[in-house]
Ligand binder design. Sequence first.
Ligand SMILES: *Cc1c(COP(=O)(O)O)cnc(C)c1O
Length: 454
Amino acid sequence: MKTKDFSRRKFIATTAAGSAAVAVAASIPAFGNITHVRNESDKLAILGGTPAAPDKVWPDWPYVDEKVVEEVVKTTRSGIWCRIQSPNGTVPTFEKEFAKLFGIKTSVSTGSGTQSLNTAVEALGIGPGDEIITSPYTDPGTIQSILVSRALPVMADLDPESFQLDPDDVERKITKKTRALMPVHIMGQPCNMQRMMEIAKKHNLKVIEDSCQAIMAEYQGKMVGLIGDVGCFSFQTSKVFCCGEGGAIVSENEELMDKCYTVMNHGTAKSGRTMTIGSKYRMNEFEGAVLLGQMPGLRERHNIRNRNAKYLREQLKDLPGLVPQKLYDGTTQGSYYLYTWSYKKEHWNNAPREKFLKAVAAEGISLSPYIANGLHREPWTDHIQTLPEYKTMFGSARMKKFKEELLLPKCDQVCQEMVMVWASGPLLGTQADMDDVTNAIRKVYANRDKLNSI
Ligand SMILES: *Cc1c(COP(=O)(O)O)cnc(C)c1O
């Protein structure tokens, strides 16, 4: 999804001149503006017709403007490359800025979302012999953050309309060893946190929010990440706010944030004493520089994505074959990392999703099926069965039951039906870009009787 026909140099020059986000949008040729809408029943491009969105160019990603470059150059020249060299370095400064975004005193940054989650697990004192219930429909980092502490990630099934953890199945999976829930706000939209928090309270469990995709999302008016005990974010390149690899932890509980700092800092507290077990998960100053550089337009880009997502939803609301992700009632603010639908093949002449994706791609729009298999179908579930420490910690009967409980048909259904547009860069496009997406989809829909022959 890289831009083809404008150079980074030109891009930086244009964005330096004015509002960066506007400049990005203006730099993109508007292939899909209204005069370009083609007859929906035109011949499909995959069958030799003219593509609905030829030579499609999307906004460039990752986001770079002159301020980002300046911050990195400044850091390079300063010789302050590690966060402990100066209290005014980019990382300590970013931690304060990120905390401000959440209205809290401090945040703790790390080298990745996975590291943030693992730091939270460790800081909550969760480890060998403990179970954490989480989603199978997520980044591998979610479960790895549990496994590296030698706890057991127990997976519950999904609500197939929201793609989020089903609270009823979460409750069914609770055992005497369950210590925490790790709900994942998938696609950047909040989980059913009302139910999650009720379940956690009833069973005395901690809640670690995997908010890696959900920066600035809000649920019942509260920032996602601050609803549970602790919230974790990722700044990996594909995410909407990014620096290559990076992560952050937020919480209103300052004592817990202090513990997170210690765990993140090879077990060494701010006092300088080495207190506990902890790997070295420090963010470096170059990553901090990129994030500080990106911070000014963050809210504006968030708003553009939200506006475009709303437009996509409205434009396709009468198309029964693509059902947009269900948002829970408490969703007061979404964040769009991915814009997603369920593909209902009965509305597409029973054509398999792959044929639909191929036809839309030929029209010039690449949609993705996202995660091929839920994590319950990946080989790690067998691998941990072979590890003596898991047998010792949990016993053979529990490990056998763990394996048996990995039948998660709703997650399988979501994996098979998912169709998505990556939102970080593409949803920063113009309304005309969104029209390109909907025109391509509508054209394929109008020709659905031919889908099985491609
Ligand atoms: C990206 C992501 C992670 C892991 O973050 P990294 O920075 O890649 O380690 C975890 N959970 C979810 C839901 C993610 O999207």
